[in-house]
Design a protein around this ligand. Sequence first.
Ligand code: G
Ligand code: G
Ligand code: MN
Length: 575
Amino acid sequence: MKKVLVIDDNPNDRLVIRKILTVQNTNFEVHEASNGELGVELALEINPDLIICDVIMPEIDGYVVLEKLRLNKSTEAIPFIFLTAKNDLADLRKGMNLGADDYLIKPFSPQDLLQAVNTRLKRFSGVKQHYEAQIKPDLDKLNWQLNYDSLTRLPNRFLLHEKFDNIIQKWYRNSQQIIPIITLKLDNLEVITYKHGYDISDLFVKQIAEKLLNFVGQDNTIAHINKDEFVIILTPLNEQNIIRSIVESTTQEVSTPLKIKGTKIKVSPQLKVGISLYPQDGKELDTLLHHSRTALTCVEKNKPEKYQFYSPIIALKNQEELSLENDLENAIDNNQFHTYYQPQIHLKTGKIIGAEVLLRWHHPQLSLVFPNQFIPVAEENGYIIKIGSWLISHICEQIQQIYLREFKNLIVAINLSVEQINQADFNQKLMQNLIKNGITANCLTLEIKENLLLKNDPMVIARLTALHDIGVKIALDDFGTGYSSLSYLQSFPVDVLKIDQCLIRNINDNGKNLTIIHSIIELAHNLNLQVIAEGVETQAELDTLVGLNCDIVQGYFYGEPLPFLDFMKLLRNFS
Ligand code: G
Ligand code: G
Ligand code: MN
């Protein structure tokens, strides 16, 4: 049976060829593709013995198809016959130059077609036989050595490049998707080699490779790029949240102590993991690898998390002369922090009911730095306390200005870190700021995240309850990404639930998200909570949320976070 792939946008032409090849002959299996793109994909998938391809097609034409096939190792040698109409003959030279093997002019007789097909197949099978007997074994071996690690039999760095290109071409569908590049480094390999010798350390690495392959292998790509370094590339994802759990379960799996076969030695792998994301951290694999390695050097020894995502800050952190922590320390004094206000729209009235304040750092070298890049650093070194208290007093002053311009009912939401509310004088300072600026407590919302609730600290509960009693609202941020349990709402005075943007994204093509959001909103309303949907970007998302009886929306659809003065302008002009 010979597989023939027919690529032609005209269904009649395809039918004619199918008939000729199958009615009187039984040794052809005909596959069809209705355009060039599909043709290339199908050729890669089924690896046909011969391709017949129309020259003129919409989108990608026959020449492009041929070019693409010739660029790919698995399809470069497949005999290729062009189909063309009489008046396109002038162009045909181009096709032959590109390496087509033959051409047929429409209309053709069954004999013409069969003859062309048979000649090509015969010639090709002669070449192929010689190639398979004499050349291929050596070539395969060489290829293997060039592309695989001989110890673990995993792809090496060269093959990884090819695989990465394939993933981008074949799987990457839209700019919302991300591809994580995960570097895993065995931190104690040298020690193991030193203690037990090369044989044991080889066996050890081999076992780890097997574990990795079993654990994440199926759809994802694993490579062994250095004796103590593996790289995993996941297929494109729509959500970043999944990465954490994959990385955590993988490190857990790999870090369990290993018994080396045939010996009594038990060794515990120590892993460090760095993650960079395509496309945000780089478009080229080399950059992405470099960045994920930079990230892993920043995994802290004494912390339970053995992984780190790349951020420009980390790169900076690595450059000693530009110490981020120093910069951060001086950012307040240098007036580099700016508050941005993102409007929140009340769906029933269509009015701006409030705004979330999002901090931005105008760093002299890095320009705009986003909070998820510096807040974790500030939380770690405790500097968040100073930033937080500066921020609250600054925001209260801005609320006073909002008051003066007669927008007294606007509710301003501030994000809080656990460290801030752990401070004994948090409430006292907050109230001083309210009084000093002559503003009431009910114009403030404090956004807290689930990690704060999980600790269930009675002092924190007492503080939040006291603030709640004087009218400060408490919002639960990023709902739907973490533990998402409503059970702790019994002990915490929560007023507002903010549904995380990852649930809103694709709300209309993901039935599951829709169901989840529907039940979150119902549940919240039963508990007397208001619901804010975050990250609303499109009319369609908005419509769906209106249908689900959501109370408030926030997102680029209505407005990005704006500098204070721009936000004031928006308040005046919004209708
Ligand atoms: O736009 P965006 O990149 O601003 O915010 C990213 C994350 O940083 C969000 O989770 C948000 O809650 C947090 N964030 C933004 N501003 C602040 C802030 O002033 N304090 C704290 N603790 N977190 C903030
Ligand atoms: O975690 P928290 O909810 O505080 O963070 C809000 C984050 O979402 C900020 O980084 C903010 O800039 C971002 N953001 C706000 N609206 C949108 C939106 O419509 N789309 C996207 N992708 N991000 C948004
Ligand atoms: Mn928030």
